[in-house]
Design a binder for this molecule. Structure first.
Ligand code: HEM
Length: 451
């Protein structure tokens, strides 16, 4: 970031410059009392009242619930600024092994070392190099080539559903579809999917836990190592088939990665495996929850669902609003690279910052009536795909996938309705989603007079 841009960032955050900020020793609070613990069943069901409470109490809070201590950011402006500021590093996996017994720390080292090589957890220049390699697999041409296949997958999943009856949307569509899509994009065999899905769920449970216990840590490690062993076998087979020869392996992500390995842009071993695991994991834990949370939000606001029936051209805008309203990734993390003062609090080098995306997306300073779902809202973009250099690489893919799925649902089952008013939230504070969503597909009810 250039010096003027850095000054601009600090100005927006209420400081004139980083140097000046650290020099302001007076009126700077070193470490305030921790905010009260809040990751409980009520929060996991509905985090938004607590986010509102925190946001109204101030823009930054210290909480000991997150990996032994972290600064929580609640406002849209701050979340956005921190995510694009290189002062806040994406290298944050060290905290995974900092706590616990020496024996546990040792045991978890292979896991931490491996996953820390994933692009998501790296800064420039390594991040930039890997992002360039992977960008090729997410080009519009690569995505539009997948559209037909995704339509086919959605139709196949819907065809298996009894038209007269009820079904669990999570089990029948939201869970399998993103796994099928990311497997195809990577260039994997569909038969491998159930095992990969189970491993990926262990990783999500670990990454989603603010303070994972030993059991979660060990399970995540075993699953990541098994996933990597399976990827190693796939990579070896692909190398044998000549995937490193330009165009010989088609345009899938494993092909791109293997060609980059052959040209020296990606290191063999841990770096290569970490990108495969990251893509598989990031590609379906999140999209599943966009589909589930999105359908739940629409069906529990029937006026919005009916509006979409009448004006299907609203779908891209509706998806943006669904992402804002119920973000599938509720927060992420960054580490402070140098002592800095933010809103009168001194943040020390190495401390963890948690930008609360879910809170930022409901910030009344940014959105009018933020707790209202309005599929016609046009107030700029949400932060659900992040911001800055780590902006979600799969955003266009996921939007295409969701558009295909919602268009097909709405066309075929316009009278879709919720069967169970109580949603079954998965209890994961980061990857907020439903474990089950019972719906009934029945013919369209008359919508006359409903706006
Ligand atoms: C609704 C769906 C999705 C949501 C809400 C979502 C959300 C996010 C967010 C918030 C980030 C930034 C994290 C940070 O800055 O710390 C991110 C990054 C990323 N996402 Fe997604 N994602 C979604 C779908 C996908 C899909 C389908 C893929 C892969 C096919 C994917 C792959 C990635 C990767 C690789 C990164 C890291 C990018 C980088 O470090 O440069 N995501 N995503």
């Amino acid at each position: 970031m250039s010096a003027p841009a850095r000054v601009a960032t600090f100005a927006r955050l209420g400081m004139r410059s980083q140097t000046e900020a650290v020099a302001q020793t007076e009126a700077v609070i070193e470490k305030p009392a921790s905010c009260r613990p809040f990751v409980n069943a009520t929060f996991l069901r509905d985090p938004y009242p607590l986010y509102r409470e925190l946001r109204e109490a101030g823009p930054i809070h210290w909480s000991e619930e997150f990996f032994g201590g972290a600064w929580l950011l609640t406002r849209h402006e701050d979340v956005e600024a921190v995510l694009r500021d290189p002062l806040y590093s994406a290298r944050r996996t060290g905290g995974w092994v900092m706590r616990g017994s020496e024996e546990l720390r040792q045991a978890l080292c292979p896991f931490q070392r491996l996953f820390s090589r994933a692009m998501l957890f790296l800064d420039a220049p390594d991040h930039t190099r890997l992002r360039q390699v992977l960008n090729a697999g997410f080009r519009p041409s690569a995505l539009s080539a997948s559209a037909g296949a995704i339509e086919h997958m959605v139709a196949g999943l819907m065809n298996g559903i009894d038209e007269a009856g009820q079904f669990d949307f999570m089990e029948r569509i939201a869970r399998p579809l993103p796994a099928m899509v990311i497997a195809r994009l990577l260039g994997m065999d569909a038969a491998d999917q159930p095992e990969f899905l189970a491993w990926s769920e262990d990783l999500a449970a670990f990454i989603g836990a603010p303070d994972p216990d030993q059991g979660l840590k060990r399970r995540a490690q075993v699953s990541l190592l098994k996933m990597c062993a399976a990827f190693e076998a796939i990579l070896a087979q692909r190398r044998e088939q000549g995937a490193t020869v330009p165009d010989a392996a088609g345009d899938d992500l494993i092909g791109h990665l293997l060609r980059a390995e052959a040209s020296g842009e990606v290191e063999s071993g841990a770096e290569l495996l970490a990108q495969c695991a990251m893509l598989l994991f990031a590609g379906h834990e999140t999209t599943r929850n966009l589909l589930g949370n999105g359908l739940h939000a629409l069906l529990s606001h029937p006026d919005q669902w009916r509006r979409l029936q009448r004006a299907p051209e609203l779908l891209p805008n509706a998806l943006r609003e669904l992402l804002r309203y119920e973000s599938p990734v509720q927060y992420t993390g960054r580490r402070v690279t140098t002592d800095v003062v933010l809103h009168g609090r001194r943040l020390r080098r190495g401390e963890l910052v948690v930008p609360l995306i879910g809170a930022a997306n409901r910030d009344p300073a940014r959105y009018s009536n933020p707790d209202i779902l309005d599929i016609t809202r046009r107030e700029g973009s949400h932060l659900s795909f992040g911001h800055g250099p780590h902006f979600c690489i799969g955003a266009a893919l996921t939007l295409m996938e969701a558009e295909i799925a919602f268009r097909a649902l709405s066309a075929r089952w316009p009278g879709l309705e919720l069967l169970d008013a109580t949603p079954y939230w998965n209890g994961n504070p980061v990857y907020r989603g439903l474990t089950s969503l019972q719906v009934r597909c029945r013919p369209l009810m008359p919508t006359k007079g409903v706006s």
